[in-house]
Design a protein. Structure first.
Lengths: 125, 207
């Protein structure tokens, strides 16, 4: 047996339902409000000032922390990896490395004129 | 000497008087609200109580329709007053007080929706709402529609629901609601129109 279809809500009914509000609040809610109001009374309203005494301490803390971070970033370096002593390289490369170690510390001796003269020396046969 | 006054002139004159008195009332009310806030900032507890008494039911109703949870509605309503108390020294009456208040409510609501896990509905009996016996043929019909409406409301997107509630439940004007939701009046009109369509469809499927 089919039940009778329920009538759809009319525009007017929807409007009436939407405009409904709580008739009253619960006693528990009012008790919570009284307690909250007491807490708020103990916490007096203060105007938040960006440069008040507490905020200046805060700002100094932030600036100090930022300076510390910058200091750490610019001073701490990762140590260079130590050369591996048991590294196997060819004798020619070892000689080249040793020459580079010696010559790398030398000051440039040749001025521009001598360098060009040396570059134009005839190659040995 | 006889001065002929046309009926249309009288009509316009009376209308302008009504408009002026309405504007004056609105301005006066806003000034009063700003005064209450100044008193709250000065630590006047009675002023805070006055604002609570005036706005608790609208806020509870707004949150309840938005979240379908009586307990959450109470929590958020109390939180609004904590924020109100905190913001009192900075309050400037640049807009309507209701805009300021429901902007706080809207922010709290969004946070709650963002953070809340799926909670079971905590519906209140319809008797807690204003009853309109002459509008409904029976209590049974009222209860049926109330539940269907609440379920449909929870399925609406948050911005649609808030727009609809501020207009139809809180009876705020379009300009104020647009300022509260930070959208244009035209966008608000579209939002409300769509919200009503969606609500009706949801209710029809529910019933």
């Amino acid at each position: 047996m089919n039940s009778k279809p329920k009538p759809l809500p009319s525009e007017h009914e929807i409007n009436q339902l939407l405009s409904r509000q709580y008739r009253d609040t619960s006693p528990e809610f009012e008790t919570r409000w009284v307690n909250l109001k007491r807490d708020l009374r103990q916490r007096p309203v203060t105007r938040v000032r960006a440069f008040g005494p507490w905020n200046i301490a805060g700002w100094l803390g932030i600036i100090g922390a930022a300076a510390a971070v910058v200091f750490i970033v610019y001073t701490v370096r990762m140590p260079a990896p130590l050369p591996e002593t048991n590294l196997i390289i060819s004798p020619q490369l070892a000689e080249l490395m040793s020459m580079d170690e010696v010559l790398g510390q030398a000051l440039p001796l040749l001025d521009e004129e001598n360098r060009s003269a040396l570059l134009n020396l005839p190659a040995p046969h | 000497m006889v001065i002929a006054i046309s009926p249309s002139f009288i009509f316009r004159f009376v209308n302008s008087l009504i408009w002026r008195s309405e504007v004056a009332c609105a301005v006066n009310k806003e000034e009063k609200e700003a005064g209450w806030m100044a008193r709250v900032a000065a630590g006047d507890e009675l002023a805070l109580q006055h604002l609570f008494d005036q706005w608790k039911r609208p806020l509870l109703s707004f949150f309840y329709r938005s979240l379908a949870s009586h307990a959450d509605a109470e929590d958020l309503t109390l939180e609004v007053f904590v924020r109100l108390h905190r913001a009192a020294p900075k309050y400037r009456a640049t807009a309507k007080f209701s805009t300021f208040l429901f902007h706080i409510a809207q922010n709290l609501l969004r946070n709650e929706i963002r953070h809340r896990k799926r909670k079971p509905a905590d519906l209140v009996p319809p008797e807690l709402f204003d009853l309109l016996p002459q509008e409904f043929p029976s209590e049974h019909r009222l209860n049926e529609l109330e539940e269907a409406l609440q379920q449909a409301m929870t399925r609406l997107p948050e911005k649609h629901r808030s727009a609809l509630l501020l207009i139809q439940q809180q009876h705020m004007d379009y300009r104020t609601v647009a300022a509260t939701l930070r959208i244009t009046e035209n966008a608000l009109r579209v939002l409300v129109h769509r919200a009503r369509q969606m609500l009706k469809i949801e209710m029809e499927t529910a019933t």
